[in-house]
Design a protein around this ligand. Sequence first.
Ligand code: ATP
Length: 140
Amino acid sequence: KERTLAMVKPDGVSGSYTEEIKRIIVEASFNIVNEMLTQLDKEAASAFYDEHSSRSFFPDLVAYMTSGPVLVMVLEKTDAVSDWRGLIGPTDARKAKISHPRSIRALYGKDSQRNCVHGSDSTSSAEREIKFFFKDLVSG
Ligand code: ATP
């Protein structure tokens, strides 16, 4: 089975959407292998989103991701990476509400930044991101 990293971002935790999102996860037959509520500092948020460090939205992204606690989870099932990306929907929650109205970002997100959840975009990203948060958990 495959593993992916899922995160409920600060707007999801502060909006009390965590239980709803976990219900969707369990109903979709993911096994929650590990979970941790944590507060990212500037350094951790910048490292996590390092691939976007040259983008104009990066300072805003770091401010958003450090604005409150996040819930990180390791999810496991067959095709976990693509299935979780499918469940969360497109990056821009406003577009998701039109194109994928039942996706998690459509249901609980707000816009292109405050989109409530994260999901690894490939198996190699998943491996990196799982190690980032759960250093002693061997992925794959
Ligand atoms: P994530 O990596 O969080 O799962 P994603 O892969 O759908 O999201 P990315 O393009 O990797 O989207 O962007 C990472 C995050 O940066 C987005 O989830 C969003 O919070 C923020 N972001 C992306 N594009 C914009 C934008 N145009 N304006 C503001 N914030 C943005």
